[in-house]
Every structure is written in structure tokens, then in C-alpha cells.
Design a protein around this ligand. Structure first.
Ligand SMILES: O=C(O)CCC(=O)C(=O)O
Ligand SMILES: [Fe+2]
Length: 225
């Protein structure tokens, strides 16, 4: 199987912010100046009963596989997805305008937990379903203009473990984190400006994975214009 050619860094739980030059002491090696992704990783965050009820709920979601146009050619995306959100939280994805579906109850509960535990306010969640290791997500940043500037994006994973890879746009330095069932990853301000991320194919994975990215959208961004 073809693997991406980079070493695994930060595969342990990490909580980090961008490291400025001032943080580097005299005795540290050049490695210390490598860019550090502004993320917080919390392994096994979601309690098991909530994992079970969210997975059960997700079985009834009406996932879709939209066709996107890339360089004039039409392709179905290599996964399926659904967008839930408050009214006024339309999301434009490639050439598509996606209307928000109303929040299902368990997902709403997770949104409330993010508010109460981290003070992170979100009003939309993109749910991606990767049927198996053939499904994937290419390099991108979540930098659409309707996402509130400098807001955190919170990713929650259920089901199969998959590798979340990050690439610093300037230095091309890469990090990878294995995201497993119940894990939470918070992408902080700066992540979408300086880094890209992706979920590469993993041909040995035969189980589905569901990922939820909770976002804070600018309400009404696509209305009345
Ligand atoms: O599936 C993942 O872990 C990443 C999802 C993602 O990057 C996105 O929804 O923008
Ligand atoms: Fe993303």
C-alpha cells in the first residue's frame, strides 16, 4: 500500500499553540523551530453511552454524495455528507450551496457540551461518512468566508480510526494524528490560514468512520445578497 512519505509526529495527545521564535531556548535544536499546529487533541473525549447514541442517531441521517466540478469535470465526492445547522447557516462547498438540516437531538447535546465545557459556540456541523478506507478527503483548509473569522472548528470522530494529516503551507512540514472513536480535535485560530489538512486513503480499513466538524458560521451570510 502506498503511504504518504512523512514521519509520524504528535501521535500522542497534544495540546499546542503556534510556537513563536521567542519560545525557542538557546539549547534547543533546530527541530524546536518546526511549526506546531494550533490544535488541541483530546483522546476518547466522548463518553461511551453518548458515542453509542450518536452512532445510532447517525444511522438515520440522510447522507448525500454531492457531485462537484473540478477543472470542468464532474466527480462525486469520495465520501458522503450532511450539513446540520441553525437557520441562516447555508454553507457553500465547491460549487454547491448546502441548506442546513435541523439539528438532531443527540448532535444538539454534543453542541451544548462544547459550549459548556470549552465555551465554544457553534451553529453548524458538517458530518462526513467514510464508508471504508477507500473514502477520503483531499488537502484543504476550512477557510470559506461564511465561517466566522478566527473561530475554533471542533472535530469529533466515531467508528474506524483514520489518520488526520496536517501540512504547513509555507514550510510543507507535516504532522499526523490517528483519530479514533470518541476523539476530539479542536482546530484553533491560525490553523486554516497556515495549515491544510486531509484524510488519506487507508486501503486496509474496512469499517466506516463518521466525523463531525462543528463550526461557527456567520448567520445570514448567503441571504439577501
Ligand atoms: O474527517 C475528518 O477528520 C476531517 C473532516 C474535515 O476536514 C472537514 O469536514 O472539513
Ligand atoms: Fe476540513
Amino acid at each position: 500500500m502506498k503511504q504518504l512519505g512523512f514521519e509520524l509526529v504528535n501521535s500522542q495527545p497534544v495540546s499546542c499553540t503556534t510556537q513563536g521564535a521567542d519560545d525557542i531556548g538557546e539549547n534547543q535544536t533546530a527541530e524546536a523551530s518546526l511549526p506546531v499546529a494550533p490544535i488541541t487533541y483530546l483522546a476518547n473525549f466522548l463518553p461511551l453511552p453518548l458515542q453509542t447514541s450518536l452512532l445510532q442517531e447517525a444511522n438515520s441521517y440522510q447522507f448525500e454524495k454531492p457531485i462537484v466540478t473540478i477543472f470542468g469535470k464532474q466527480h462525486p465526492i469520495p465520501r458522503s455528507q450532511i450539513w446540520f445547522g441553525d437557520s441562516g447557516c447555508e454553507y457553500q462547498y465547491s460549487s454547491l450551496m448546502i441548506k442546513p438540516q435541523p439539528w438532531p437531538p443527540v448532535l444538539l447535546k454534543v453542541r451544548q457540551i462544547l459550549e459548556s465545557q470549552f465555551n465554544i459556540m457553534t451553529n453548524g456541523v458538517l458530518v462526513n461518512r467514510y464508508e471504508n478506507g477507500q473514502d477520503c478527503m483531499g488537502w484543504h483548509s476550512d477557510n470559506e468566508p461564511e465561517i466566522a473569522a478566527n473561530s475554533d472548528i471542533v472535530s469529533l470522530t466515531l467508528g474506524a480510526s483514520r489518520t488526520f494529516v496536517m501540512r504547513h503551507m509555507q514550510t510543507r512540514h507535516k504532522h499526523a494524528i490517528e483519530l479514533s472513536c470518541g476523539d476530539l480535535l479542536i482546530m484553533h485560530a491560525g490553523m486554516q490560514d497556515e495549515w491544510q489538512h486531509a484524510i488519506p486513503k487507508r486501503l486496509k480499513v474496512n469499517e466506516p468512520r463518521i466525523n463531525f466538524t462543528f463550526r461557527q458560521m456567520i448567520v445570514g451570510f448567503h441571504q439577501g445578497g
